[in-house]
Design a protein around this ligand. Structure first.
Ligand SMILES: *Cc1c(COP(=O)(O)O)cnc(C)c1O
Length: 403
């Protein structure tokens, strides 16, 4: 954030690589020399005298003032995530959805228009539609058909919003192509990078202007906190987003920021290990007689496999879906037969999480909308964790073997 960016930096050689930044970037330690980051649970900060307080409130001097504006634990997380995404700035938010609220409030006004993939996270679709009552219009287009995006752009279009891969179908869109369309229209491209995380995919490398995160997923990585963030140029953040944060207050709690900052230290190790397990499970499921279809970008059968491999460092990610023969009853049978997997609606956890999208995350859609989206009743989604992959295979086989 603005005032925080001018605060002292951790002294690191200029050319250190991503894994080092993930562990070391943040703020210098305090006078006590703590090795693990301190946790700054404080709502406000004190000043030596009234004149200093006045200068700090007027932004004439760099300091922490009030934790709705900035907080050292939040700044540590922001600097670390910005380093991983390759952006000069980052702003933490109370949740992934709060990050989307902040980007729309900060960049758009009544009369402006958004083009968004129809396959993004359900709450994202709902939230962007809700901004209609403030005069912001949104058009939904195919995740994978670049021409539809181009044709949906209007003179009022300010933002293109994409998520890649999507959940649960793991559809991949071409970030560079969408960035080209956005920039030709003087609009910005926002990419929700939840499913890959910067360990696999850095959207700004392909031309995205803003990267959105739910820190709730892989960034925390152990299913503990709700958190969010936006990564972009520090100019954009300072000029357009910080003022909204200061007044609207969708700020990240210091405790949650600290948890996410510690999570980032192990992000690439976790995401790579979980993705390896996911690919092994995807290959196994693809040959299973009780399984009709498997969705995972690492499979050569995935429709955008080549694009996914280019964009995602050659890794398919740790979320997969599969369709069992026998519809909803069979899907419920597989889910209920598990003894290790958690039945829940999250992913990006060290624990494997199994979900029936048609009755949970996509339960509010009509059956016709679900069919159009490809979320059939026989579909099961698996957020692959760090358990031994053979135990998870055995856990799925309990139900699959009975079909
Ligand atoms: C979970 C999720 C969100 C919302 O994040 P919250 O932290 O739950 O608010 C947005 N996009 C995607 C892809 C998600 O998986």
């Amino acid at each position: 954030m603005n005032e925080a960016n001018k605060l002292p930096r951790v002294e690191l050689p200029a050319d250190v690589r991503m894994d080092t930044l993930a562990v070391r970037e943040g703020l210098p330690s305090t006078q006590w020399g703590e090795n693990s980051e301190a946790l700054f649970l404080t709502s406000c900060f004190t000043h030596p005298d009234a004149a200093t307080a006045a200068r700090r409130f007027a932004n004439e001097e760099d300091a922490f003032v009030y934790s709705r504006f900035s907080n050292p634990s939040v700044t540590m997380m922001e600097r670390r995530l910005a380093a991983l995404e390759g952006t000069s700035g980052c702003i933490g938010t109370s949740s992934g959805m709060a990050a989307i609220t902040l980007v729309v409030m900060g960049l758009l006004k009544s009369g402006d228009h958004i083009v968004c993939s129809q396959s993004v996270f359900g709450s994202t679709i709902k939230l962007l539609q809700d901004f209609g009552k403030f005069g912001v219009q949104v058009s939904f287009v195919s995740q994978t058909d670049v021409d539809q995006w181009r044709q949906a752009v209007r003179p009022q279009t300010r933002l293109l919003f994409a998520e890649t891969p999507t959940n649960p179908l793991t559809e991949v869109c071409d970030i560079a192509a969408l960035a080209g369309i956005a920039h030709a229209a003087s609009a910005m491209l926002v990419v929700d990078n939840c499913l890959c995380s910067p360990a696999l995919q850095q959207p700004v490398k392909f031309g995205a202007d803003i990267v959105m995160h739910s820190g709730t997923k892989f960034l925390d990585g152990q299913g503990r906190v709700i958190a969010g963030a936006l990564c972009a140029s520090s100019e954009l953040i300072d000029e357009k987003l910080v003022p909204v944060m200061r007044s609207a207050g969708m700020c990240l709690s210091p405790f949650n920021a600290w948890v996410v900052a510690k999570g980032l230290e192990t992000l690439s190790v976790r995401v790579l290990a979980q993705s390896e397990r996911a690919l092994e499970l995807a290959h196994w499921l693809e040959t299973h007689p009780a399984v009709e279809r498997v969705y995972h970008p690492g499979l050569p059968s995935h429709p955008q496999h080549a694009l996914a491999m280019r964009q995602q460092s050659g890794v398919g990610g740790a979320v997969l879906s599969f369709v069992v023969r026998g519809g909803r009853e069979a899907a419920f049978g597989v889910i209920d037969a598990t003894r290790i997997c958690s039945i829940a609606a999250n992913f990006g956890d060290t624990r494997a999480i199994i979900t029936h999208p048609a009755s949970t995350s996509h339960g509010r859609l009509t059956e016709a909308q679900r069919q159009a989206a490809g979320i059939v009743q026989g579909m099961v989604r698996l957020g692959v964790g760090l358990e031994d992959v053979h135990d998870i295979m055995a856990d799925l086989q309990r139900g699959l073997g009975a079909l």
